[in-house]
Design a protein around this ligand. Sequence first.
Ligand code: UGA
Length: 431
Amino acid sequence: MKICVIGAGYVGLVAALSFATFKNNVICVEKDQEKVDKLKQGVPIIYEKGLEPLLKTCLSKKKIIFTTDIDRAVKKSDIIFIAVGTPTKEDWSVDVSQVMEVANQISQSINTYKIIVTKSTVPVGTQKRIKDIIHDNGVQENKYDVVSNPEFLREGRAINDFLHGERIVLGCDSEKASSIMKKLYKPLRTPVIVTTPPTAELIKYASNAFLATKISFINELANLSNIVEADIDTIAYALGMDKRISPEFLQAGIGYGGSCFPKDTKALVNIGKHYDYDFRIVKSAIDVNETQRLLPIDILLNHYESLEGKIITLLGLTFKPGTDDIREAPSLYIIKALLEKGAIVKCYDPMVSNEIKKIYPQLTYCDDLYDSVVDSECLILCTELDDIYQMDLKKVVKKMMNAIMIDGRNMFDMDEVKSKGFKGYYSMGKG
Ligand code: UGA
């Protein structure tokens, strides 16, 4: 099929390349000329495992082209995916202005029947708003349909999640569009759920909010475990054995980050508010996460009278392993609090992007893990990186001023850490 994907961000680029792998011809539209130039040369503009070889293969087989020309791309395509950003505003509402702008542009270029699909995470009612825009711009009703098709890919496993996902959700109000969309996805052999557009739009928020709530639940249980000297890992293991609960997303830690959970939980609460519904459980999940990510600061303040002039080392800065993304990473909030308390912050993360250096230029960024621990009072483990699992604990202890470890991701075992010479070890709910 002839496909156009508008927006070469995370979701857009992964979707465009994935569609190009199974017998579709794809045009990917991106308004940033610099990004288009890089992509044309096979240079990925985001870090994602497997993306670079896939990009090169699709380019060499001429299955994808990158352009800034939205008009031509829409005219030449049958299905147009909108994958532009939908950031959350200060008041937790979703800024859909980029989606609406693109819908407007698309409506100017509709020559033959088109299916316009929202891939971006959009609030309930967006499919209808897009339909209205196109209608108001004078396009005949038989020339287009609008479908909601949310995406469930995870950073670090995005291509695999796209091509081998667990479900495809299609929010359609037209038989014609639903049958073409099912045909498009048929080669993936993934179960397809066809439903109404508002249901599809809500499924996306429900999935992310449910997972985020699961994390906040296990984190609260971890906090209680610390008090009653129970072991959260064993609790999570036992809970996960119940198939109704499942073992996934029960890893206690310093909270969730990333570009999705923090944004989508707030958006869901806001959607509820819009319809006069108070979504209490998700509000609590957000609240728990906001305190959880600052737990290392509470621990430090219990341990030290003041952090003024003390060197504190953060190991791992990204919101999770396998990415260079620091958006909403718990580390950012920990750094902010440490600096406010006068601490000197050193850090190590081999994936650290220039982004964080722009936000906090005053930190000492070390290329070597062992350099980052020199004269440090305390290590805070923020991301479960392989390098951290593999570090030589005895060597680390020798270099530190005062060997304390706050294990924000429960990577180590208390007895092991103490046997290597650490004076203090704080976990997230392992007693
Ligand atoms: C998440 C969802 O998992 C995807 O299904 C969804 O498509 C995506 O958002 C999106 O909306 O685009 P992602 O943000 O890549 O994917 O990250 P996750 O792997 O879900 O992790 C999110 C955060 O939760 C990380 O900070 C991670 O450390 C934390 N987490 C995860 C825990 O603290 N405990 C767990 O047990 C699992």
